[in-house]
Design a protein around this ligand. Structure first.
Ligand code: BYC
Ligand code: FE
Ligand code: FE
Length: 483
């Protein structure tokens, strides 16, 4: 097989998979394309389809220079199909076929298992675009607006990535699933998106930053696990998606960080020393730190649900089949089959939270979730550095893994952020201290006034330290032409 680093433009769909000589798949994609554009125009960024946005577009899969920046109208973005280069002689990295050559075609016995994972992955991508579609209108700067749209077009491309896999490798039912991805919609009564967090609202920019920090990071972990798939086309497509994913989490981390920084600065300027004096802090037009903590509690707990149950036969089957590995599978020093290995798993038994050793194979989801939590803790540490440098006595903390959960062992229990099990009554009384209330949401919304002058920022958020693509501070990242 050819290893194309560069993207070919000889079809309407940019690609490095030789689409022009793959008539069957090209035809299927061309048939799907108009529906995608209708979806993008109906459920994508609202009001900005005519604007010129300074976006990066993938033009290569060479890590040394894969993107080019230019002004684009979003509906004209060149969504392409890009697979990371094929690794020569790649082997199945885990499970019962460990060490055999990676599959270039779908292994028949795992067809439905594999299709389900691809469909779930594909379903989340357009869902996030739908969730974020009203945010452009309240963007705190053109810089932030551009970042939002960059994330959106790339999530759109991730949908293309999964649709390509479905149409190339899963025949008629793959084409049907590809259509289904455009029919479900975030928050819909009749046909919601498949996973919980993707039917929640993203009502304000702090939610958007929390989402890209915490939920896109679930995306990163799941893509890392799928990049370890023995089904090589899936591995390659996920590897390239991960290149884009880094920016999404950057947007989240710096977005929350800049919000915190502005809050701390405003408190200092006004001589407010108590971070818990919410009224005084809010009167400055910035978001108080306790509310930022609540938002973090919400998005972290929703994201933990995306890892499924701690103990899962689905996950064990996918691992044993060799179609979904662990985080960093090829760097783990064990037999990659987990015949006799144990993993310390958490559960609630007889009203108490216990950890006990269980077969590692059964706890694949829990392990990935633990890896996720470690990964997510890094940014929280950096946020706390912003706070402590400003001399504000406050520390953000990730809540207990069992706090506010709908999936897995904690789903039927009420836990506080520090991990005490509460009665329904206690939970009802206290939850407003831990999760954003309607009043918190209303306050944040009251700050969401657009700032569209190049180089200016809304009062609740600090400017970034550097521009995108090294552009100067007053660069016009979006030329707005309202539709
Ligand atoms: N909501 O054995 P279980 C991203 C279902 S994000 C609703 O516990 P399993 C992105 C489950 O489907 C990454 N249902 O879990 C981020 C199963 O149903 P069935 C997306 C849920 O299967 C930001 C039943 O409960 N990619 O890319 O081991 C922006 C028992 O399941 C939920 C993937 O997730 C839930 N939260 O693990 C844009 C990777 N959790 O089959 C994009 C592909 C579980 O019995 N997906 N259920 O009817 C997977 O690997 C797995 O399906 C999951 C669940 C990890 C999601
Ligand atoms: Fe994505
Ligand atoms: Fe993402």
């Amino acid at each position: 097989m050819k290893n194309n680093l560069d993207v070919s433009y000889d079809t309407l769909i940019p690609n490095n998979v030789n689409l022009s000589s793959d008539r069957r798949v090209l035809k299927a994609l061309e048939k799907w394309h108009p529906g995608y554009l209708t979806w993008w125009n109906d459920l994508g960024p609202k009001g900005f389809q005519e604007s010129n946005v300074y976006l990066r577009t993938a033009i290569s899969v060479d890590p040394k220079g894969w993107a080019k920046f230019d002004y684009v109208k979003m509906p004209e973005y060149r969504w392409g199909i890009l697979l990371a280069p094929q690794v020569e002689d790649r082997r199945i990295p885990c499970g019962e076929h460990y060490g055999k050559p990676a599959w270039q075609e779908v292994p028949g016995e795992y067809r439905s298992l594999l299709r389900r994972l691809v469909v779930i992955q594909g379903d989340t991508e357009p869902a996030s675009v739908e969730q974020q579609r009203f945010l452009g209108k309240s963007a705190p700067s053109l810089y932030d607006m551009r970042n939002l749209f960059q994330v959106n077009v790339e999530e759109g491309r991730h949908l293309w990535a999964m649709v390509y896999i479905l149409q190339k490798y899963f025949g008629a039912d793959g084409r049907e699933e590809a259509n289904g991805l455009l029919q479900r919609a975030s928050g819909s009564e009749e046909a919601p998106r498949m996973l919980g967090a993707f039917n929640e609202e993203t009502p304000d920019w702090l939610s958007f930053f929390m989402f890209t920090y915490f939920t896109d990071r679930d995306g990163k972990m799941q893509l890392e696990a799928l990049a370890q798939s023995g089904f090589d086309p899936l591995s390659r497509t996920c590897r390239f998606m991960l290149t884009e994913e880094a920016h999404h989490m950057f947007v989240g981390e710096t977005g929350v960080g800049r919000t915190i920084q502005r809050t701390c600065e405003a408190m200092k300027e006004a001589g407010i020393e108590d971070p818990n004096d919410i009224e005084a802090v809010r009167a400055l037009g910035v978001i108080d730190l306790p509310t930022i903590q609540k938002k973090m509690n919400l998005h972290y707990s929703l994201s933990l649900d995306l890892f499924g149950s701690e103990i899962s036969t689905n996950a064990a089957n996918a691992f044993t089949a060799g179609i979904k590995g662990r985080y960093g599978e090829n760097k783990i020093d064990d037999d990659h089959q987990l015949h006799n290995d144990l993993y310390s798993a958490v559960s609630v038994k007889n009203g108490a939270i216990i950890t006990e050793d269980v077969p590692a194979l059964s706890a694949i989801n829990m392990r990935l979730r633990d890896d996720y939590s470690k990964d997510a803790a890094g940014g929280v540490k950096r946020w706390n550095l912003v706070i402590s440098k400003a001399g504000v006595p406050f520390e953000l903390t990730l809540p207990h893994q069992g706090f506010h959960r709908q999936i897995g062992t904690f789903a039927d229990h009420n836990l506080s952020p520090t991990g005490e099990i509460l009665t329904d009554e206690q939970w009802k009384d206290a939850k407003g201290q831990w999760l954003p209330t309607t009043a918190d949401g209303d306050f944040i919304k009251s700050l969401m006034k657009p700032e569209w002058e190049a180089g200016k920022y809304a009062g609740w958020i600090s400017p970034p330290r550097i521009g995108i693509d090294n552009k100067p501070g007053d660069f016009e990242y979006v030329e707005i032409h309202m539709a």
